[in-house]
Design a binder for this molecule. Structure first.
Ligand code: ADP
Ligand code: 5GP
Length: 218
């Protein structure tokens, strides 16, 4: 009985948490994000806007909001993005409104964004969890990009060319995961998230609520 009421207090008093995941393209970020979302379906996922063309089975409004450059620029100038960046020649941005609404309602928000965007989010939401996924080696990164079969040779060369610069910025993240063995990397990501949710800073009302309940039960 006591455990049930403590859990319900916990649920209503937690602040929404930003879990921000970045990696060089091909390191396995989408694969890890998919696993985490399957395990924790309560996550709100931040659907980005992009000027890149849809790839494979990608759907507008599900994987991305696909925009023309003109549409993207108009939204950017209207202040609609929490962050934006040019990545591998395309524009990407995180719509601000949905993120703010989710956080205010206590929902955790998962971001799959590039390094420049992650560092912008860090300056706005420093209490978030910032995770960088590293590939085990350059060779393996290239193998994964080619094996995925979704990018042209030109796009792969561009992504590989940008990877070193991204790796050099990884020291600014709170956590580094080497995605060598997928199960191990997924375990590490889950551990970071579960521990992050219980941080004192993420539960500002929890103690007060518990004390109030304690008092009223006297
Ligand atoms: P990203 O989202 O970082 O660009 P993806 O998740 O699309 O990368 O992964 C790139 C490719 O590598 C995919 O084909 C994926 O199945 C594969 N992959 C991901 N993680 C691993 C891993 N630990 N070992 C082997 N292959 C992996
Ligand atoms: P892709 O084209 O492979 O889907 O994504 C290319 C890169 O853009 C990835 O590193 C991805 O995380 C990043 N990205 C996706 N959405 C956003 C966003 O809203 N903002 C930023 N800064 N990067 C994004």
């Amino acid at each position: 009985m006591a455990a049930t009421s403590a859990r319900s207090i916990d649920k209503t008093r937690c602040l929404g948490l930003c879990l921000v995941i970045s990696a060089p393209s091909g390191a396995g970020k989408s694969t890890l994000v998919e696993r985490l979302r399957a395990e924790f379906p309560h996550f709100a996922y931040s659907i980005s806007c992009t000027t890149r063309a849809p790839r494979g089975e990608e759907k507008d409004g599900v994987d991305y909001h696909f925009l023309t450059r003109e549409e993207f620029t108009a939204r950017r100038e209207a202040g609609c993005f929490a962050e934006w960046a040019e990545v591998h020649g395309n524009l990407y941005g995180t719509p601000k409104g949905p993120v703010e609404e989710h956080l205010a309602s206590g929902r955790d928000v998962l971001f799959d964004i590039d390094v420049q965007g992650a560092l912008q989010v860090k300056s706005v939401f420093p209490q978030g969890l910032f995770v960088f996924i590293q590939p085990p080696s350059r060779q393996e990164l290239e193998r994964r990009l080619r094996g995925r079969g979704t990018d042209s040779d030109e796009a792969i060369a561009k992504r590989l060319g940008n990877a070193l610069g991204e790796l050099r910025q990884s020291g600014q993240f709170d956590y580094l995961i080497v995605n060598d063995d997928l199960d191990t990397a997924a375990d590490e990501l889950r551990a970071i998230y579960v521990a992050g949710r219980t941080r004192t800073a993420n539960r500002p009302g929890l103690l007060d609520a518990l004390l109030a309940q304690w008092e009223s039960a006297k």
